[in-house]
Design a protein. Sequence first.
Length: 258
Amino acid sequence: MKDSPQLSIYPSLKGRTVFVTGGGSGIGAAIVAAFAAQGARVAFVDIAESASATLAEQIVEQGHAAPWWRTCDVRDIGALQKAIADAAAELGDFAVLVNNVASDDRHTLESVTPDYYDNRMAINERPALFAIQSVVPGMRRLGFGSVVNLGSTGWQTKGSGYPCYAIAKSSVNGLTRGLAVELGKDRIRINTVSPGWVMTDRQVTLWLDDEGEQSLKRNQCLPDKLLPEDIARMVLFLASDDAKMCTAQEFTVDAGWT
């Protein structure tokens, strides 16, 4: 029998203001819940209203402060930036931004049209920059901040079936490294967390078949399946003061796949 993991508590996260995109389900929901459990003041947006409401209720039932949340389609940058502004007006300037929102819909090279390509970028790439643009003035007022961008190992392992997603996710490291100097002058850190194959409900339902199980056994160094909570733990570290000298880096959480 495996021992239960002894997980860290980060005192610096208690009361800290956090904004998460795509926080209603999957990895995003685990990130929101993890910050709430640390005593942070959390806000999130997601397009999935029912899942978001359920998550908020569960967090309260666990004895944590209710998160601020709003249904939002991040393709609408104006709506995203207004949500960030409204949440900040209620909770205070954000010290932490987690750019998590993404959609890895499968597609072929031949099927991609200009409209489809633009739509994929509007979900998987564009919101991150404009969310950063929205929170940075507040971080400068605070005198510090942490931005965590969610990348992916899929393009690094030459995964197939999602060329537009691969393009978008490969750009995350460029965004992180391209802003590190500018933001660092104000003690704002920016890093990438790149998950491996995480067993969200969506992944298990759509793509975890016998072949996938064999692929996990063949490619991961560790035998356990990667869970959303495993990604959240790395995000917590990078948001905390424990990581105060970490910036412009990519942190991979993939059980040793890459």
